[in-house]
Design a protein around this ligand. Structure first.
Ligand code: SF4
Length: 780
């Protein structure tokens, strides 16, 4: 049944054709409640001129919710929208309680999911968040944004209860709940309203400490009639405040996406804005109040009483009618909807005239620049030159979307899903480096590396990313986190490698261990040094780099003949893709099996040839595993050969993107091992950000592929890998292939039943395993 036909089959709700000339709306703020348990004095709903909340029912009735859900679905189907975002809002939506939220989510998903992808969110003050509610949020895939204005002093400047009591501790409790592995998938980020009396860096630090997947800074709602507070004599205090955050954010290596700054960087290079606060993107958003009336964007309530009203409601009008309302349509008209001043402004494509509500002036309405015009101009010009940010955590550390998890759970996982996992990996490395930065500050060599890396992250972000993506940089960073004795000065090697890749002039001290200086992704320089020599001086220039140590000078030219004691990383072409045969990195020994030493030239040629043939087999004889494998696999680590005759291979969660292999008897066997180990990489990356099982459950299961009982994680890993291996054998012909297929299928079948019957899976884990079961059951 097609999506559209689901709607057509409902006789009570005939499908509507889109109104001609209407730009569709894809974002909805749904007011589940119209009251709040806090009394924040900067709130635009209760403390500003519009007092229409007094006329609203306290809670949205079921019939209203159903009508709203139908309207959203009807509009999405008529305009064939790929996705629709609904934000549960208030008042305070948590006042609806666990049952009310579950009912709302069920109603919305019941109508909208069959038609389009529903991105369901909630914006809350967090005070009433409980584990019971978090269970509901996870079960219904609701992402939660929490409002917090900084540390206790900053937050309680405005965000207090009606009796003046602090809300800070309760909000932090809510954030701690959302950080729990079981609920982390629902943690969307923090929304912070700027107050000039709060120190910007302290606010930023307080928010960062809550490990949010996103931070959003909001300029306080104001307009030309009610201008924002400005200290005497300061022309652009809000720009100054945000630029202080921006400087610190850059120095930290941008550990978390900040939506406003990110949007300005994105629009500077021709990209899109991710917030209605800046940019020329269409503001395709409408509010549905608790009584079912359509209203314009909420922030208009800061302008005048009734400013947000449209006179339309979900019972009598479709979303097309709301979209055609002049005040909503004008927000969708881009440049033409702006004042003449803005249209002539040199930064209009980034600024977009600021937030619509901030343009209001009695007499001219919204035909004005933003009341924050001077701040926006200053902010934009001061940020010029900062390269567009590819947010480290957009796809990632916050969570993987349900679509990506479903795609991966089916066994294969397409290229897009694999790329999201890779982004998760880079985000984890960045977070590790930021966590290491205080320790790096105590080590002069590491400190030099940290400063260079931070600079390169601004001037050469691609080179930095290429090094951070390297599997064993994360392994080193994790060891530093877990072991006080691990050498933090290797950070200088990470930075030097990025500088060399970028061809950027730089000079710094780098550590030397046992006569070897390793540069991740590039290679190892072996040098003769005195027993107590710990550092060398490395100078990068556009042709390569020079190393001076113990009075000797070593010159390595990237594109010319290198000295014999320079062991370059083995970058090979195999299966039509670039790959590292990693046999020098000092952090590659992260497997239970011993790794091989540097390969002899002939062995390297043999490895390359076999990898090339095996990867081509993966391309041609597996059904759908090649795109994910292509996107994920960066390095193959040769394991030390032995005479046991047993096929040996490994993957490690700390080394995302690398698999380790002993020489395989033939290309077909190597192809199976590659698919098998990449499944482990995929599952490890999923488990980095999404708990699929209860980690406190220490029960063990007997599985047919091992003699020893396995923990839940081990069974999950084995099952996921064997599902793929069975699929590979399923596509091979001959009696041996058929027997292998049956064996792996039966192993997987039994393990899936065991996992589903154990009661140790989380909601996400149960869904993940059932998807694996669907794949297996689909085989003839
Ligand atoms: S900086 Fe001022 S004039 Fe320029 S687009 Fe923004 S609000 Fe309009």
């Amino acid at each position: 049944m097609s999506r559209a036909s689901v709607l057509r089959s409902d006789p009570a709700e005939p499908r509507r054709e889109p109104a001609a000339g209407v730009s569709p709306l894809s974002q909805y703020v749904l007011k589940l409640t119209s009251r709040c348990d806090l009394a924040c004095d900067h709130c635009y709903v209760y403390q500003h001129p519009d007092q229409s909340w007094r006329r609203q029912p306290r809670v949205m009735a079921t019939a209203t919710l159903r009508a709203a859900a139908r309207r959203v679905a009807e509009h999405a189907a008529a305009h064939r929208l790929d996705t629709v975002r609904v934000v549960l809002h208030g008042g305070e939506p948590l006042l609806a309680g666990a049952a009310g939220l579950a009912a709302a989510a069920t109603e919305l998903r019941g109508h909208i999911d069959p038609v389009t992808r529903l991105d369901l969110r909630m914006q809350t003050n967090g005070v009433l968040l409980t584990p019971e509610i978090c269970d509901v949020l996870v079960a219904h895939d609701v992402k939660v944004g929490v409002s917090l204005d900084g540390d206790v002093a900053a937050n309680d400047r405005h965000r207090r209860h009606a009796n003046g009591a602090s809300s800070h501790a309760a909000v932090r409790r809510a954030l701690a709940l959302l950080r729990r592995p079981a609920y982390r998938a629902s943690y969307a980020g923090i929304l912070c309203t700027i107050d000039l009396d709060n120190d910007p860096v302290r606010v930023y630090e307080a928010l960062l400490a809550e490990q949010p997947p996103h931070i959003d800074f909001l300029l306080p709602h104001a307009n030309w009639e009610r201008p924002p507070p400005r200290p005497d004599g300061v022309a652009t205090p809000y720009a100054d405040w945000l630029l202080a955050v921006h400087r610190r954010w850059l120095a930290d290596g941008r550990p978390v996406p900040i939506r406003l700054l990110e949007s300005l960087l994105s629009t500077a290079s021709g990209g899109t804005s991710r917030t209605e606060a800046v940019g020329l993107g269409f503001a395709d958003l409408v509010v549905i109040e608790t009584d079912g009336s359509f209203e314009q964007v909420d922030s208009l309530k800061s302008a005048y009483d009734g400013a947000a009203a449209t006179g339309l409601d979900v019972f009598r009008h479709g979303v097309d009618d709301a979209a055609a309302h002049p005040m909503i349509a004008i927000r969708q008209s881009g440049l033409t909807g702006l004042s003449a001043t803005c249209r002539d402004c040199e930064v209009v494509r980034q600024c977009g005239g600021g937030l619509f509500a901030h343009r209001y002036r009695a007499g001219t309405g919204f035909d004005n620049p933003s009341v924050y015009c001077a701040d926006l101009k200053e902010l934009i010009s001061a940020m010029a030159g900062t390269p567009a940010y590819v947010p480290a955590r957009r796809q990632g550390a916050d969570s993987l979307s349900r679509e990506v998890l479903d795609d991966l759970a089916g066994g294969r996982g397409g290229e897009g899903s694999a790329r999201q996992l890779a982004s998760v990996h880079v985000a984890m490395v960045r977070a590790l480096l930021v966590a290491l930065s205080p320790r790096a500050g105590d080590d002069p060599v590491a400190a030099g590396g940290w400063q260079l890396l931070v600079d390169l992250d601004v001037t050469a972000p691609d080179a930095v990313r290429a090094v951070l993506e390297h599997p064993f940089v994360r392994r080193w960073a994790q060891r530093c986190r877990d072991t006080a004795t691990e050498d933090v000065s290797y950070l200088a090697c990470v930075a030097a490698a990025a500088a060399i890749r970028a061809g950027v002039d730089a000079e710094l001290d780098v550590p030397v261990h046992d006569g070897a200086l390793h540069l991740p992704t590039l290679g190892t320089l072996t040098v003769a040094v005195a027993a107590d020599t710990r550092t060398a001086r490395l100078a990068v220039h556009d042709a390569g780099f020079d190393v001076r140590v113990d009075g000797l000078h070593h010159r390595v030219r990237v594109d010319a003949a290198a000295p014999a004691h320079w062991l370059p990383a083995r970058r090979v072409r195999a299966g039509g893709r670039d790959l590292l045969v990693e046999d020098t990195d000092p952090y590659r020994d992260c497997y239970d099996l011993p790794v091989a030493a540097r390969l002899a030239a002939a062995d390297a040629v043999r490895w390359t040839g076999q990898l090339d043939r095996a990867l081509r087999r993966v391309d041609t004889e597996t059904d759908g595993y090649s795109p994910g494998l292509r996107a994920l696999l960066r390095a193959v680590v040769p394991l030390r050969p032995d005479d046991s005759g047993v096929q040996r291979s490994a993957a490690a969660g700390a080394a995302f993107g690398a698999v380790a292999m002993a020489p395989a008897p033939d290309d077909a066997a190597l192809a199976v091992l590659l698919v098998h180990e990449v499944q482990h990489l995929k599952l490890d990356a999923v488990l980095d950000v999404c708990d699929l099982f209860d980690r406190h459950d220490d029960r063990r299961l007997t599985v047919p592929w091992r003699t020893d009982p396995r923990p839940v994680e081990g069974v999950l890993h084995g099952t996921y890998a064997h599902l793929a291996v069975a699929d590979v054998w399923r596509h091979r012909s001959g009696p041996a292939a058929a027997a292998a297929f049956r064996r792996y299928r039966d192993w997987t079948d039994g393990a899936l039943d065991a996992l589903l019957g154990l009661g140790a899976l989380t909601t996400a884990g149960d869904r993940f395993v059932r998807r694996m079961r669907d794949t297996l059951d689909s085989w003839p």
